[in-house]
Design a protein around this ligand. Sequence first.
Ligand SMILES: NC(=O)c1ccc[n+]([C@@H]2O[C@H](COP(=O)([O-])OP(=O)(O)OC[C@H]3O[C@@H](n4cnc5c(N)ncnc54)[C@H](OP(=O)(O)O)[C@@H]3O)[C@@H](O)[C@H]2O)c1
Length: 337
Amino acid sequence: MIRFGIVGTGRISDWVLKGAIQDRRFKAVAVCSRSEDAAIAFISSHPEVFDKDTKVFTSIEKMAECPEVDAVYIGTPNKTHKDYTLACLNRGKHVLCEKPLACNSAEVEEMIQASRRNGKALMEAMIATLNPNFRAARAKLPEIGVIRQYFSSYCQYSTKYEALKQGIVANSFNPQMGGGALEDIGIYTTYPLAVLFGKPQSISSCISTIKTDCGEVNTQGMVLLGYEGMTANLSYSKAVDAHTATEFCAEGGSIILDNIHNCIKAEFIPYSAPSGGRNPIKPRETIREGLEMDSYFYEFEEFLNVIDRGGIESEINSHEASLVNRQIMDEINKSVK
Ligand SMILES: NC(=O)c1ccc[n+]([C@@H]2O[C@H](COP(=O)([O-])OP(=O)(O)OC[C@H]3O[C@@H](n4cnc5c(N)ncnc54)[C@H](OP(=O)(O)O)[C@@H]3O)[C@@H](O)[C@H]2O)c1
């Protein structure tokens, strides 16, 4: 059993708990909120997770000092991630922190150093790359030949975008809180690139922004990345819905993921040799389909595996992947004034 403290009582903490409790090693023993009332209400609304002995904290440092807490899940706005993570790692707690791990790559480096110095696990809570359908597709990549192109899109119209147009700035759109469409959903297109291909040789982007009372914030973007012999084409938006799949195009065929955020179906389309000037389309083969567990189960499973083996980082959502991903996002953000 690993005893967790949950930081933040918003909807993401609600969502992840459904997956967390599917791993029998997970036990929630504490909640940290800015408000004691909010923590108590959160505990009572999850009787399946918390028992009567659950501790309430209104200070992250106090929670991090509690000897009955082994690990912390951080589900608060991006701006808080670095300080909260350091407070916990430096007091001997393992940290599973929401995406993006931090607001810039210098912060990520500081957090990685703290994880190493304290010998405590640090992992970015990024479900896309831990999803079993994504992992099955990844395992097949070496069989499909040299990958030449990667297309990925995550565009989802947001009610918070509607509010933004009325002048109401949610944390996820507040640049002073580390918000923006790239940080909120564009990251689902960049993070797999960082995991699979590492640092690109070139990045160029075209970004849309809105000026708010809190500063200028990105609402959508398109990004081109160059790798040795491969190009990547990313698109993300909180201003429209789009229904475009993610695709790895290799010389021997193509792998398609229906949804990069939370892949439900991964398919392979083999390359068809030209015949009579046309390529007959071969039927798609399903690589893997469906999820057996809640989509947030997989990040807790991975994090608990890291702790169980006495490690400090995941081999998939590794420290390096989080750093490279944040470096890519920092570069994209350079075009936001
Ligand atoms: N993995 C996913 O699928 C997913 C989905 C959505 C969001 N996220 C990530 O989850 C994090 C939170 O996003 P969100 O949109 O849920 O944020 P949010 O609703 O604005 O905040 C979440 C919680 O954080 C606390 N909080 C709010 N403002 C704060 C502040 N100024 N300082 C400290 N704590 C504050 C609040 O809990 P208390 O009132 O209890 O303090 C709030 O309920 C972000 O990093 C986001 O990227 C991940």
